[in-house]
Design a protein around this ligand. Structure first.
Ligand code: PNS
Length: 169
């Protein structure tokens, strides 16, 4: 074993949670920045059984693993349940979230306060790169479904997967 844990030091862990259906350049920017601030970044693909996604959970995980492989400290998995339980089970004290615009703030603040009240986990907000401030997986899927060009908004492997998936529909 190498790294902080081999020296008896605690690893600084954070989680980037989301639906990631699919991961966009906006998500990737936040994960990349979190990966510079923490020893390990857990990407949690949260399962919402009332929402059928375009990509299966395993497909989302596979795409995220491919595009975060170079960071070297990102672990990707899915979770069915409360985010605070994901954090408790892995000893993660911090949630990192991107804030795109003021419109994100109300709901994100509510969730951050709820999560902190439930378990003491902290939420850190990272201002999204302005290049991606309008970007969401839903919009990308809608634009792509109507034939719009979204290649600049997604990692190439994700764009390929999206084009293929929509072509098959
Ligand atoms: O990418 P999304 O869909 O905007 O992500 C929202 C997500 C998955 C982070 C949020 O809905 C969540 O944390 N869900 C897990 C269930 C949970 O803990 N709910 C209580 C939130 S206070």
């Amino acid at each position: 074993m190498t790294g902080p844990e081999s020296e008896g030091l605690t690893m600084r862990r954070a989680v980037c949670p989301g639906s990631f259906d699919p991961i966009t350049n906006g998500h990737l920017d936040i994960i990349a920045r979190a990966s510079k601030l923490y020893d390990v970044v857990h990407v949690a693909v949260m399962i919402n059984q009332s929402k059928k996604g375009l990509f299966e959970i395993e497909e989302r995980i596979d795409l995220i693993r491919q595009v975060t492989a170079d960071f070297g400290n990102v672990e990707v998995e899915s979770f069915h349940g409360l985010l605070v339980d994901f954090c408790k089970q892995r000893d993660i004290p911090a949630i990192v979230k991107g804030l795109r615009a003021v419109s994100d703030f109300d709901y994100e603040l509510q969730m951050a306060q709820m999560n902190n009240g439930l378990s003491g986990v902290e939420t850190l907000f990272v201002p999204t790169n302005p290049t991606y401030s309008f970007l969401s997986s839903s919009l990308v899927k809608e634009v792509a479904a109507w034939g719009g060009d979204v290649a600049h908004l997604l990692p190439p492997v994700v764009h390929e997967a999206l084009v293929e998936r929509l072509g098959k529909k």
